[in-house]
Ligand binder design. Structure first.
Ligand SMILES: [Zn+2]
Length: 726
């Protein structure tokens, strides 16, 4: 135990929690909506999972529900007529390595509900009908509906016995197989979400069960997964939840019972090549007492509310990535620490991370207590691989896992929050990191400068090869990450929009990730970091194990800040107008007193220019009139700071509401104006052109080699467009 507690400052409650935590999970949900008691068996030869479950589903609403909706996600990969395929999603979702080129029939995926029956009641199998709520594609089979012989009453429960067969696709869009590696995700028939009136602002109750689209992710209710997984005994198996039992079967397979409450999904993996490495996140060792006090102060909370839990962390590693294990674990531990301190402790006992094989199209995805990540054999030392993706995917335990937004309709609520939050973790834990490197004078993105893995043998476990030292790091601020991608594409869509209705995959990426990160940083600038931190925590805590929408977040921001920030959300979440402020002119003229003809004593008296100038030059009390013109070039209106500096070192700060197109500040002072800058701290991360903010700076900038700037912008664009995680 190594927690350092300043004497008398920290309550003893934390000490007790840190030293005597029992790893027993207690549910936080009074009434789970979906309980799955399931068994599933993987056959690596036929690439099939056969399974059965009993689903106990609770109608939490006051509605009488006449039907059931199920997601049959794997049918997205059944043929070219699924909506997923028609949307051209194969390349977008990782099928770049010639998914289509492979002639094998094995590559298609599907799921059949072989039998569905009400326990102790009628067989519903023949009542299955495919529906397509999002489009007019009658061929899509990713959503199935059953009209019940008898509706489910308000607060009533239905119990279903389901038998299914899932044929896994050649890995695509997060799930499937590649060789003897299997990632079972979106793999079983899964009940949709029934939303009552009032849920997420809904006027009338109904099922929310969207088709599988190329861009969109998922949405489900919280419940319990009690799953027996059977796979060949030489396979290493990992999944959502913790392992209760392990049973060796006579046929050379092993059955593992995995269990988790308070989650809304279940995924698993199996491969004979995984190397399993397990370590404990011991929060007493990982978090110092003064760090708790620091964040308790920021959040304005008693320190004991920032207590964390120990977590059993398991990595399933590619054999040739053992050398990256320490960095992987450090990234997860840093994430458990900061996400936990900021938003509330990670409540589960386990965390399983799959280091997926390269080019398996299953990388970088989040499931409750289970994520997929990836890296390179020789990751650049400060290139944020594997840290970037690991922190991001872990962050989804908080955004999407614990706060269960609808990823179909408001992807930004988890991807964007996570982009903001993982950037903050990187700021804290990895303040020195490179966005790109110089390699013999050429900037190269740090994420992907070595994107080819050598074969496992004889390199397995070799570490510390100093290739990274050939590169020199270019620091990369997370705060403005992806700005150029944003500036080039912001006009494609508004931020808040259904995931499948963005212009294209890049726009989905921009509006779900990059733009939200930038926009939340701008919001933080207006609220202040402490208020923002409190708003984020309040939103998280209030909506844990529930389904918020965008309006719920706005309400929390307004409530916690005590300000009406509607103007901000209206413009930057629901609109696409650009911000651009500039200092267009500064000038100073001497105040020389009278020059010209003046009526004095009944006569016109001449004050000559020259004598006025001479008098001014001799004067010990010179005065100047300085004018600073600030203009709003963009259509978006946001309050902005202006800093004016005078030759004598004096600085004046102004605050402009930005309402009209321009404002002129006039000063009569003993010194001339030297420079002026609008938004000097670049708080408005969304400003489309920082180089025109400062009058002086703009003059200095003319010598910059434009080709170089363009090259770097192009690289950043490429980097951000290509590197979206899920
Ligand atoms: Zn994500």
């Amino acid at each position: 135990m190594r927690i350092r507690i300043p004497a008398g400052l920290l309550s003893s409650a934390i000490w007790l929690l840190a030293s005597a935590q029992a790893q027993t999970y207690r549910s936080h949900i009074e009434h789970p909506i979906a309980r799955y008691k399931m068994s599933a068996r993987l056959d690596p030869v036929t690439k099939r999972v056969t399974g059965q479950y009993t689903l106990t589903w609770w109608n939490h609403t006051a509605d009488t529900i006449p039907d059931l909706y199920f997601h049959l996600y794997l049918n997205a990969f059944k043929n070219l007529d699924s909506t997923f395929m028609r949307e051209g999603s194969v390349s977008r979702r990782g099928g770049r390595e010639g998914w289509f080129a492979r002639p094998d029939a094995d590559k298609w995926g599907w799921v059949d509900v072989d039998k569905i029956q009400i326990v102790g009641g009628p067989d519903l199998t023949r009542l299955q009908v495919f529906v397509h709520p999002d489009d007019d594609n009658a061929s899509d089979q990713t959503v199935m509906r059953i009209v019940l012989p008898k509706p489910i009453p308000p607060r009533g429960t239905i119990e279903l016995a389901v038998t299914f067969t899932s044929k896994l696709p050649r890995a695509l869009a997060r799930s499937g197989f590649e060789g003897d590696y299997f990632l079972m995700a979106q793999w079983f028939p899964k009940i949709g979400v029934y939303e009552g009136s009032g849920d997420r602002g809904r006027k009338q109750g109904g099922w929310n069960c969207h088709q599988y689209h190329g861009n969109t992710e998922f949405y489900a209710d919280y419940g319990v997964y009690d799953v027996d997984l059977t796979a060949p005994s030489d396979y290493v198996v990992g999944s959502t939840g913790f392992r209760r039992t392990e049973h060796l079967n006579a046929d050379g397979t092993t059955t593992y019972n995995q269990y988790q409450e308070d989650v809304h999904d279940f995924a698993w993996t199996a491969s004979p090549r995984f190397i399993k490495v397990r370590r404990t996140f011991d929060w007493g060792n990982e978090v110092r007492g003064d760090e708790i006090l620091k964040w308790a102060k920021v959040l304005n909370l008693p320190a004991d509310q920032l207590a964390l839990r120990n977590v059993d962390v398991t990595f399933l590693l590619e054999p040739n990535h053992l050398n990256v294990a320490d960095r992987y674990f450090r990234a997860v531990f840093n994430s458990l620490k900061y996400f936990g301190l900021w938003y509330g402790q990670y409540p589960y006992d386990t965390m399983t991370i799959v280091d997926v094989p390269r080019h398996s199209a299953t990388c970088c995805m989040e499931y409750p207590t289970f994520i997929t990540v990836g890296t390179y054999f020789w990751p650049a030392e400060y290139g944020l691989s594997p840290e970037g993706v690991t922190v991001h995917e872990f962050g989804h335990q908080f955004w999407y896992g614990l706060v269960g937004n609808n990823e179909f309709e408001e992807a930004w609520l988890d991807e964007g929050f996570n982009t903001y939050s993982d950037g903050k973790v990187i700021d804290e834990a990895y303040p020195f990191h490179c966005g790109y490197n110089y390699f013999f004078g050429m900037p190269v993105p740090a994420y992907s400068w070595l994107s080819v893995d050598p074969p496992s043998f004889p390199f397995a476990g070799v570490g510390g090869v100093p290739v990274g030292s050939l590169f020199s790091c270019v620091q990369f601020p997370m705060r403005t990450a992806g700005r150029d991608f944003y500036l080039n594409n912001v006009k494609d869509d508004d931020l808040v929009r259904n995931g499948w209705q963005y212009l294209n995959g890049a726009s989905y990426g921009l509006n779900s990730y990059t733009r939200v990160g930038l926009t939340l940083r701008a919001l933080e600038s207006y609220l202040g970091e402490d208020v923002m931190a409190r708003a984020m925590r309040t939103f998280h805590q209030r909506w844990r194990y529930r389904h918020p929408d965008t309006r719920d977040f706005i309400a929390v921001v307004n409530e916690v800040s005590g300000r009406d920030m509607s103007w901000f959300f209206q413009q930057f979440f629901y609109g696409s107008n650009m911000v651009d402020y500039t200092v267009s002119d500064i000038s100073s003229t001497p105040l020389e007193g009278k020059v010209g003809l003046y009526d004095e004593g009944g006569k016109k008296v001449l004050y000559a220019e020259k004598s006025a100038e001479e008098a001014f030059n001799k004067s010990k009390d010179k005065r100047y009139r300085s004018t600073v013109t600030v203009r709003r070039l963009g259509e978006a209106i946001a309050p902005v700071d202006v800093a004016v500096q005078f030759q004598n070192g004096e600085t004046v700060r102004e605050q402009w509401d930005g309402q009209y197109r321009w404002i002129k500040y006039v000063y009569d002072k003993s010194s001339e104006v030297k420079s002026a800058e609008v938004d000097p701290e670049h708080k408005l991360t969304l400003d489309s052109n920082f180089t025109n903010n400062s009058y002086a700076t703009r003059e200095d900038n003319r010598g910059v080699a434009k080709w170089y700037v363009r090259w770097v912008f192009w690289l950043e664009n490429l980097f951000f467009a290509a590197s979206f995680f899920s």
